[in-house]
Design a protein around this ligand. Structure first.
Ligand code: BEZ
Length: 237
């Protein structure tokens, strides 16, 4: 029989349709990504229930859930633990854990049980060099059309930065809405790059006509895009 270590597991890539699956979650059955059509969704995995890094992550993500929902983005968690473990862990978090000012934290987003690892394998979340029995910390951003738009993987020991996940979501939504790109460390209100890579000649031609455009060189032009406009666009999605 083939083991996980020797089988070839295709990894989903940016631009692919999100692999489909049906599963059981703490919020009932899920049909992914069909249930999220018209919305962004972040599908993320964690290695194991009742572990410290994962607990800190779940408390943080749950505390930010309404902020992501306001930006038209749902959250879906996954680990290879079973449903009763998930339920017991989330109850422990709500009833017992106070961490960095967060307490009574209720995780309302679905947490998928994946004891067969079927979903985790489909999404390349089992990375045997790190662990063949636990999912790594994977983050898949899936857009309203069910296309994977960004993927981030972290090792077991490294807790994620959820402000960065929100920043990436808002940046991708802004890029879609305004046909721009976003520079390093971009935050709403910062200048954006125009036009997107590959058509910089157009930027130079338009340089004279767009007041707020600033060109550092022929291939690198930015323009202003105020924070209010960005947030109005993202938050009305
Ligand atoms: C944690 O969440 O603390 C953790 C889980 C699996 C391996 C290492 C750390």
């Amino acid at each position: 029989m083939e083991t996980i270590e020797t089988s070839i597991i295709p990894m989903p890539r940016i631009g692919d349709k999100a692999p489909e699956f049906k599963a059981v979650t703490t919020q009932g059955p899920i049909n992914f990504p069909a249930d999220y059509s018209g919305k962004w969704v972040i599908l993320f995995s964690h290695p194991a229930d009742f572990t410290p890094v994962c607990t800190s992550e779940f408390m943080t993500f749950a505390s930010l859930e309404s902020k992501f929902e306001d930006a038209n983005c749902s959250l879906v968690g996954l680990s290879v633990d079973g449903l009763y473990s998930h339920i017991a862990w989330l109850r422990t978090i709500r009833e017992k854990i106070e961490y960095k000012g967060m307490k009574d934290v209720e995780v309302k987003f679905p947490l998928i049980e994946d004891i067969t690892m079927e979903v985790a394998k489909k999404y390349g979340m089992i990375q045997p060099g790190e662990s063949s029995t636990k999912a790594v910390r994977a983050v898949f951003f899936v857009d309203p059309k069910g296309i994977i738009r960004a993927i981030i993987y972290y090792p077991l020991s490294l807790g994620r930065n959820f402000d960065e996940l929100y920043r990436a979501l808002v940046a991708m939504q802004t890029a879609d809405a305004f046909s721009i790109a976003t520079p390093a460390d971009w935050q709403p209100g910062d200048d954006v790059i125009v036009p997107t890579a590959g058509s910089c000649g157009v930027a130079k031609e338009r340089m004279e006509s767009v007041d707020e455009m600033h060109c550092y060189d022929w291939f690198f032009c930015t323009k202003k895009l105020d924070k209010e406009t960005v947030l109005k666009t993202v938050l009305k999605n």
